[in-house]
Design a protein around this ligand. Structure first.
Ligand SMILES: C[S@@+](CC[C@H](N)C(=O)[O-])C[C@H]1O[C@@H](n2cnc3c(N)ncnc32)[C@H](O)[C@@H]1O
Ligand code: SF4
Length: 337
């Protein structure tokens, strides 16, 4: 599925700290209403007329010799973070999660029926928080995938995880299922930013989650950080990245916060006056220009990573103001200018 963000610019809040270090052209671009995020297949491919026949034709048209990558979206979380732009909803009961797992398995069978017993090179669980399904459902779905596809040459089996909701038994299940890469949502370690975004998650919780995953043999860890959050300063972004580095992730992905309260109504609980202005955001996004002491991994600023590239099922009109505005297109384009 695809997501695309564009339309309205943010309120023109003044920068709250630091000099404007970006070029005028870059600054001007940041103030414009320009497309900010696009993933494949792009949003315009999805509209009300796309039904089983169209989707079936797309599946049937895939090159036969290429191995496939599968993405499984689980649109549920225990609680909603105030900033969240993902396609997800808060859920407390197990029954709807079991029902969703059953639907996913039915979908796997339908897709396999169209594409045949194909080699899979990448398997990715995104959300939401996919592990909320529980170990039994995850195991059943992987068994179902194993029966429907050739997983023998799987190169990457990745999952997005919330470090606040991990325990050793779940981590053992993930390792047994062959998960070899995990993305942890971190965002910012500063208590005042965590308070403003409704997600209290001390450094020790993330360290504990990373330790459990590594103990179980899942070594390839990615941390999601964010900039442009309410009450967040350049120093918060820098310090959070430095703290993340102490946990030796293989990759840090730094996303620009997309404030789209007309579309994600829970974001109305965020005080727009506390958001950094465009200039401040750009300075925060410049983090990649500064060396992070001791970091040997891959730092991606504002770039799209696969795990956030799916899951939007809104129609095209809504997609014009869609979620997940990670600023990737805009920032990377402006750097190339
Ligand atoms: C599916 S979540 C990660 C896994 C898990 N649900 C968690 O939060 O720990 C994907 C990531 O998208 C990013 N994200 C969420 N809402 C966003 C928004 N409004 N703008 C930019 N990035 C956002 C966050 O960095 C988040 O970690
Ligand atoms: S950021 Fe992650 S945990 Fe928070 S609501 Fe969004 S998907 Fe769920």
């Amino acid at each position: 599925m695809a997501r695309r963000v564009n339309s309205e610019s943010r309120p023109a809040n003044p920068a709250r700290s630091g000099p404007v270090q970006s070029s005028l052209a870059t600054h001007a671009l940041a103030e414009q209403n320009v497309p900010r995020y696009t993933s494949y297949p792009t949003a315009p491919h999805f509209h009300r007329d796309v039904g089983p026949d169209t989707y079936g034709a797309w599946l049937a048209g895939m090159p036969e010799r290429e191995p496939l990558s599968l993405y499984l979206h689980v649109p549920f979380c225990r609680d909603l973070c105030l900033y969240c732009g993902c396609h997800t909803k808060a859920i407390r009961q197990q029954a709807p999660l079991d029902a969703y797992a059953a639907s996913l398995m039915a979908e796997v069978a339908l897709v396999a029926d169209r594409v045949g017993f194909r080699k899979i090179s990448h398997l990715h669980w995104g959300g939401g928080t996919p592990s909320i399904l529980n170990g039994r459902n995850l195991s059943d779905i992987v068994s179902c995938l194993d029966a429907a596809f050739d997983l023998g040459s799987l190169r990457e089996h990745a999952i997005e995880l919330d470090p606040r909701h991990l325990d050793r038994s779940l981590v053992r299940v993930l390792a047994r299922l062959g998960v070899n890469r995990a993305s942890l949502g971190v965002q910012d370690f500063s208590p005042h930013v965590q308070q403003a975004i409704g997600r209290l998650q001390p450094y020790d919780d993330v360290a504990r989650a990373a330790g459990m995953l590594r103990d179980a043999g899942i070594q390839n860890l990615n941390f999601d950080l964010m900039y442009g959050l309410p009450q967040q300063t350049v120093e918060d972004v820098r310090r959070s990245a430095a703290q993340a580095v102490t946990l030796s992730p293989q990759r840090i992905a730094l996303f620009g916060y997309a404030h789209v309260p007309w579309f994600k109504t829970h974001q109305r609980l965020i005080d727009a006056a506390a958001l950094p202005g465009a200039s401040e955001r750009l300075i925060q996004a410049e983090l990649h220009a500064h060396p992070l002491d001791g970091f040997r991994g891959d730092l991606r600023v504002g770039r799209q990573v696969f795990e956030v590239a799916a899951g939007c099922d809104v129609d095209q009109e809504e997609c014009q103001q869609c979620d997940q505005g990670h600023d990737d297109e805009r920032i990377s384009q402006s750097r190339e200018d």
